[in-house]
Design a protein around this ligand. Structure first.
Ligand code: NAD
Length: 351
């Protein structure tokens, strides 16, 4: 199909959430519905004002469009951000009002849990709308806890990255994992099984000690783990950990992890490339969770999820090869591919 003849996609939609009685204040931003309903989680967090809510929602919704497109999902990108009221507040009333707002969008937005919301919260939302995922799943069906799928996707991505950046498989490679929560701990299990040597760090010292014991890992300090003398650095805690200083001084030659928005600023992708560090774009590596959630909405089974998550490695290999060939950063290559998919120049199934 000639992309220039394609009808333009609907413009972004900005929906103000405002319900005084329920103390609901926030935004739903639907960045793109070019590929299907806008899908992305609902964040419940403290913000100084509605302005910061808006800025965060716009940025996060746009990120979801890119992630969903690149993952080959029939979904656009969207996000809900709710400003957490001062305590005490009636959580059920707040989430019920949010669910009603989602329902009023008639399926243009599909929500899920995100930072600050839980499976139990989504059960409340589901009383008011069917456009919600991330709930307890029925046996054999897709959905439920996304973290195991996210960890598996990151593992596939890291294997592809290891071949491209380090010239061989992960066995015998030293991987420094920052953050040992739902995703990081599972990633450690997969890496140990693959024969990697682990270095781990988490602000939770008990958790760090347990993972170190379970997998025979060395422990690094939270401050130094990004700069540890490892082959691979896996950020699985917070965003923004790859600062200019880290990019210029880190020893690992490959970055691949689960955290969203790992680069403190987009230009750092270029700094990494100049310093010979291969960066696997975060949203290419960590798509396993949204793949699982999407399958729940489409009422698919786990086999479909496994198939899509399995493609993450191949996709990362293509991105890294193209980055090498065109002498650009993998982050830029991933963005360009996602944009081509969104405007119909690449097949909607993704690469
Ligand atoms: P989590 O909350 O279960 O785990 C985060 C871990 O990081 C915790 O153990 C916490 O103690 C630790 N941590 C926090 N600050 C730290 C620091 N400064 N240094 C070291 N450790 C620190 O979260 P998760 O579900 O495992 O997700 C991890 C990251 O991956 C997050 O950035 C999340 O947004 C992203 N992500 C998760 C999923 C998913 O399916 N859960 C999907 C996509 C992206």
């Amino acid at each position: 199909m000639d992309a220039t003849k394609k009808l333009p996609a609907p413009p972004p939609e900005y929906v103000r959430l405002h319900d005084l009685d329920a103390r609901l204040e926030g935004m739903i931003v639907i960045h793109s519905t070019a590929l299907g309903p806008g899908a992305g989680g609902c964040r419940l967090w403290t913000y100084p004002s509605i302005h910061e809510v808006f800025v965060d929602a716009v940025r996060l919704a746009e990120g979801m469009s890119y992630k969903n497109a690149l993952a080959g999902l029939p979904f656009g990108g969207a996000k809900a951000v709710i400003r957490q009221p001062d305590a005490p507040f009636d959580r059920e009333a707040l989430l019920s009002a949010f669910g009603e707002a989602v329902e009023r969008l008639e399926g243009r937005y599909v929500t899920a849990e995100d930072v600050g919301t839980t499976i139990a919260d989504m059960d409340v939302v589901a009383r008011h709308t069917r456009h919600v995922v991330g709930r307890d799943r029925a046996a054999g069906r897709a959905g439920g806890d996304p973290a195991p799928w996210t960890a598996l996707g990151v593992f596939h991505a890291m294997r592809a990255g290891s071949r491209a950046a380090l010239g061989s498989e992960l066995s015998g490679k030293t991987v420094a994992v920052q953050g040992l929560g739902q995703v990081g701990s599972r990633l450690c299990g997969l890496l140990a099984e693959a024969g990697a040597d682990l270095v781990v760090a988490d602000i939770d010292v008990d958790r760090t000690a347990r993972i170190a014991r379970d997998y025979g890992a060395r422990i690094a300090s939270v401050e130094d783990v990004a700069l540890f003398d490892a082959d691979v650095f896996a950020p699985c805690a917070l965003g923004g950990v790859i600062t200019r200083r880290v990019a210029a001084t880190m020893k690992a030659r490959l970055i691949c992890g689960a955290a969203n928005n790992q680069l403190a600023e987009p230009a750092i992708a270029g700094v990494l490339r100049q310093n010979g560090v291969v960066y696997v774009p975060d949203y290419a590596a960590n798509a396993g969770g949204i793949i699982s959630a999407s399958a729940e909405y489409l009422d698919e089974d786990e086999e479909a999820v496994a198939l899509r998550v399995g493609r993450i490695g191949m996709r990362v290999a293509i991105i890294l090869e193209e980055a090498l060939r065109t002498k650009t950063s993998p982050a830029l290559v991933a963005d360009r591919i996602a944009e081509k998919i969104m405007i119909g120049m690449e097949p909607p199934g993704g690469i």
